[in-house]
Design a protein around this ligand. Sequence first.
Ligand SMILES: [Zn+2]
Length: 180
Amino acid sequence: MKSCNKISNSTDNHQPSLGINSVYAIENDKDNDGSAMDFYDGKYPLGPYNPKIDDFSLVYINSTVNLGVITRRAFEPEQIVAQIHGEIVSDIRQHTLQLGPGTHIYDPYFSGYISHSCDPNIRLETETCQLIAIKAISPYQRLSMDYTDSEDILFKSFPCSCGSTQCRGWIQGKKESNQR
Ligand SMILES: [Zn+2]
């Protein structure tokens, strides 16, 4: 299994505050060929909507959430925020998003770090694997999606601290029974 050691190390050694994590781009471009212009570092075909290092940052949020994704660009509602890539797997893992029954995309590079919110600013278009803005997003906002929109079962259910007035408190997949 591919690991996210680079990211974890950088988090453990010097937890970045909310801001630009430019270290990530340098560490990610191991072969120095500039392919770390996008988060996938040449592992997937380049495309106009691939998330670019210049446009997004992985940042440390807190010990519960760990890393999150901050945008440096503004987006309008219904605008494509990013095309995501990953290994298609049949099991639920940390850093997977569900595309359909028994089908999950494992993306430990970018979308696997997008936070949950009960009042999210993006959604996953499962047909195209694109992240779409569902409201106006300003630079330096954290990207968030409602995990229960796509996930039947979560890798781990958790108490939410999204701060939204609509916060549901305990977050679990849409097919999980209501227990905690
Ligand atoms: Zn919440």
